[in-house]
Structures are given as C-alpha cells and as structure tokens.
Design a binder for this molecule. Structure first.
Ligand SMILES: [Zn+2]
Length: 216
C-alpha cells in the first residue's frame, strides 16, 4: 500500500482507500475520493469534501484493515532517538513497554538495554535473554506488556534489514528503527520508522505502521 493511495483516519484508525468503483483492483487503486462505510465521513481528511454515505453513485466504500499504529509520547520518542545518538557508531537497542490493543501499540515506557552482540555492533544488535525476562517481569508488575523493540542504524536508512526480520520473533510487536548519522555538527538522529511484525516463521513479515504522538 503506498502512502498516496490511502490514508489513516485520525479518529477511527481505519485505513481508507481512495477508490472509484470501476477502478478497484484488490482494494488498492488510485483515485480522488475517500469514502468510509463505517464511520462518519466528517472524520475525513480536510481536503476531502464530506459526502453522505451512499449518496455518491460513482464511488464505493472501501475499508481493508485496521491501520496498525504505534502511539508514543514526545518525551519517550525523544529519549529513544537520543539513545541512538549516544550509542553511535554502534547500534543502540531497547524494549518498548506499554499496552497492546487490537492494532494499537501504546508505548508507556522506553527501556534501553545493552547491545550484547559480540561483534559488528555498528551493524547488529542483540538483547540478552535475561534482560528480556527481567523487563517482562517489570512490565507485568506495572500492568504493562512488551509491545515492541527499538534499535538504531548508524549511517544507514531507517529500513529493516534481512537480519532484523529473521531475528524478530514477537508477532504483533512494533520494531522501531532510527537512522543516525554524523555530520559537521555532531551525531544526529534522523528518521524514525516503525514496522509491525505479523505472521510467524516462515511467513512472517514487517509492515510499516504510523507513529502517532500522544496528545498532550
Ligand atoms: Zn537493524
């Protein structure tokens, strides 16, 4: 799904596809109208004129899936990005604790952990199993669960690598990657993206999800 043929409704979190009835090909088409058969069209993007449901014969409603989303507060997101800068030129890593509800992973706490990869820590990260167990216990004590993991890509794009996918095992979790680069002014975190792990071996996959900031 490309960004220009769909949008995530900020209110209902459903993916809405731009679609003309005649152009629908497996639900993903180019078009110029967003119609929602489930929700009030008023919750639509501002650029879209509200059209009463069922009033437009040329168009069809098209909802394909709940949009996966990672919600995090600005301070927690800032902290996660700062860890990427501090660990440079090595990869940082850590665990995201929070609440998992349907397709929304809500981050409550960003927990940094040591990167214990024995070699090539500029390209790899590894979290000690005992750290994971400890954090699982911490999460449980606070009524939280592990909702994701994060690491950084020094001098590389915020795009998952084949080893990121092969080493990811927590279905439903968000895998957040921050690209971090050095320039004249120092080391700076660049793009941060989040990928949701779905399916299980050998058919697991990453799907990019939106990172949404908690309303203050
Ligand atoms: Zn990676």
């Amino acid at each position: 799904m490309s960004a220009d043929n769909h949008a995530v409704c900020a209110v209902c979190r459903w993916v809405h596809i731009k679609a003309r009835a005649a152009e629908i090909v497996e639900g993903f088409v180019e078009g110029d109208l967003l119609v929602d058969s489930r929700h009030d069209v008023q919750c639509w993007l501002k650029s879209v004129p509200p059209i009463p449901l069922g009033a437009c014969g040329d168009y069809t409603s098209s909802i394909v899936a709940l949009a996966a989303m990672l919600r995090i507060s600005q301070p927690e997101l800032d902290a996660l990005r700062r860890y990427a800068e501090q660990a440079y030129p090595e990869e940082c890593c850590g665990v995201l604790l929070g609440h998992m509800e349907a397709d929304l992973n809500q981050v409550v706490l960003v927990a940094p952990v040591a990167n214990i990869a024995e070699e090539a820590r500029t390209r790899r990260y590894q979290i000690a199993p005992e750290e994971l167990i400890r954090l699982q216990r911490t999460a449980r004590e606070q009524g939280l669960s592990i909702v994701g993991f994060y690491h950084s890509h020094p001098e590389h794009a915020a795009q998952w690598s084949p080893s990121d996918l092969s080493e990811a095992h927590w279905t439903g979790c968000s895998y957040v990657i921050t690209s971090v680069r050095a320039n004249n002014e120092g080391v700076a975190a660049q793009t941060t993206r989040s990928f949701r792990l779905t399916g299980s071996d050998p058919d697991k996959q990453f799907t990019e999800e939106e990172i949404v900031l908690d309303a203050v």
